[in-house]
Design a protein around this ligand. Structure first.
Ligand code: FE
Ligand code: CA
Length: 526
């Protein structure tokens, strides 16, 4: 049998859509005693919304230690309704959960009404999943008065409890932007709050187990069920500080890094509410390491255009590491001839071109960039002069300049960069030329703290902000997330932090709030 990618892709899309399925799981299989558990214990999720469609996700998992899920596809029924009681069903259908994709289900429901909330659930035999709540966006040309987004990243399981997600449920959000480090590949941390089962995460099975560990957390599961998510990944979904097809520097070295990356990407797909079109070569590409097309844009009416980027899959390797070291280091650019090399890329040529075209046609309102990491330069004082971290945008200065030039060239409306990765809150301005504080301010940046992952603390934070004056605020202690509320005239960003990430019952509070008026890219205290 040949692997024709287009045929394979069509099949996958058919599976993702409603199909007149015939392969029912024998009823007797799920007619085991109820104590055997529920195949929906990983919960439900929705994501990648447009004004008329949404991806509904679940993954079947064999209850307990039973082997009920074999190699055959399992037909899963789904319903999406206007009401929580499922009295007014909008659509229903069937989808196949394939063993090749860990019995995950990605239903792409189309033909929905714009700017509406819906409820959805899945069924296999007599088992019914939890009910999820999701929404479509307003039509691209429709007026929209309000959008409330949370941005979040970096949820190292052994560093704390997922209490932030529990509090996020109360934020009345339209969508969550998850910006990377959904899992970490480590066995455990020093002074771990809790120790994850298994060792280093290296194989497809390991990655699947690590995602399942996270999805078993009730707070995270509940937040996935609360509203649609738009997701990208960073390094730890594969390995610390990896770059493109070059491995990073954590744990045992693996002979075939691209194969490890392919396994990690597959597990990410299996656990995220993303479209089947992310798999550019469908099932045939899953094992062979084909591109995963995560970058995308979606308008929320006339109010905002949300652009999601992928700065890991296509990047060049970090430069000027000490000899033989993979991954990242702090580098003095004066001692690194390749530092500003214009040939080096963070997004890859194709994504850069796509982004430039997206900016050219971005339209009015707010232009929101969901990307992985801190955008503005962040110098660290060192004995031999200022050093910069070569894994973030600082290590790809020419690529950063190309992005700011593209923003200027297309006069992009109200750019708002959201990020993660650094486990600290950083708030500031996007500058035409960061070396000249008097250069034009193009937009604003809110780089978010981690949900749980540790950071250095605030000892030198005032000095660090002062040394990088395009930033107006930083905090290296609070763990949590940010909420941005957009209206046509202004945005308000609220940094929410938990009291104690090592306690499940921890409270949350507001660290700071900021306001930015439309048409005036200046961060003001709220
Ligand atoms: Fe992280
Ligand atoms: Ca990271």
């Amino acid at each position: 049998m040949t692997h024709d990618a287009s045929v394979d892709r069509r099949r996958l899309l058919q599976l993702a859509a409603a199909s007149a399925g015939t392969l029912w799981l024998p009823r007797s299989a799920w007619s085991q005693p109820r104590t055997a558990g529920n195949p929906f214990s990983l919960g439900v999720a929705s994501g990648s919304p447009t004004h008329e469609s949404i991806v509904l996700w679940t993954r079947l998992i064999a209850p307990g230690a039973s082997q009920l899920l074999g190699k055959d596809p399992v037909t899963v029924r789904w319903e999406i309704a206007h009401d929580e009681q499922f009295a007014r069903i909008a659509q229903s259908g069937q989808a196949q959960a394939l063993a090749e994709l860990a019995h995950s289900v990605h239903v792409e429901v189309a033909g929905l009404q714009p700017d509406r909330w819906y409820f959805y659930r899945f069924m296999v035999a007599d088992a019914v999943s939890a009910t999820g709540r999701t929404r479509t966006f307003p039509a691209p040309d429709a007026p929209a008065q309000k959008l409330r987004l949370a941005y979040a990243s970096c949820q190292r399981w052994d560093h704390g409890y997922f209490s932030a997600w529990r509090h996020m449920r109360e934020e009345n959000l339209d969508a969550v932007l998850f910006l990377g480090d959904y899992i970490y590949e480590y066995p455990d941390a020093a002074k771990a709050v809790r120790v994850p089962p298994g060792g280093w995460v290296l194989t497809l099975d390991d990655y699947r187990q690590r995602y399942a560990l996270h999805r078993g957390e009730p707070e995270l599961q509940a937040m996935h069920a609360a509203c649609p998510w738009l997701v990208t990944w960073d390094d730890h979904e594969v390995q610390n500080d990896y770059a493109g097809t070059v491995g990073g520097n954590s744990g045992p070295s693996v002979a075939d890094f691209p194969a490890r990356r392919a396994a990690a990407y597959q597990a990410f797909y299996e656990h995220m509410p993303v479209r089947a079109s992310v798999l550019t070569k469908a099932l045939a590409g899953v094992a062979s390491g084909a591109e995963y097309r995560l970058y995308a844009q979606q308008r929320f009416g006339r109010l905002a255009n949300i652009v999601m980027l992928d700065d890991r899959q296509y990047r060049d390797a970090q430069v000027c590491n000490p000899e033989g070291k993979l991954g990242s280091s702090n580098v003095n650019p004066a001692a690194c001839p390749a530092w500003n090399d214009p040939a080096r890329t963070l997004l890859g040529a194709a994504q850069e071109q796509w982004l430039d075209a997206a900016f050219a046609t971005s339209g009015g309102g707010w232009t929101v960039l969901g990307q992985q990491t801190l955008f503005g330069p962040r110098a660290f004082k060192a004995a031999a002069g200022n050093v910069f971290w070569n894994d973030g945008w600082d290590g790809y200065t020419a690529a950063r300049s190309r992005l700011t030039q593209s923003l200027q060239r297309h006069k992009v409306a109200n750019p708002v960069l959201l990020g993660g990765d650094v486990h600290e809150n950083w708030v500031g301005h996007v500058k035409a030329d960061y070396s000249r504080p008097d250069s034009a301010t193009l937009g604003v940046e809110f780089c978010g703290t981690s949900i749980t992952s540790r950071s250095a603390g605030n000892k030198n934070i005032a000095e660090r902000v002062a040394g990088n004056p395009h930033f107006v605020f930083a905090d290296s202690e609070g763990k949590g997330y940010g909420v941005v509320e957009f209206t046509p005239s202004r945005l308000t960003t609220t940094l929410r932090v938990v009291d104690d990430v090592t306690r499940r019952d921890t409270k949350i509070s507001t660290l700071r709030s900021f306001v930015v008026e439309a048409g005036r890219p200046q961060v003001l205290a709220a």
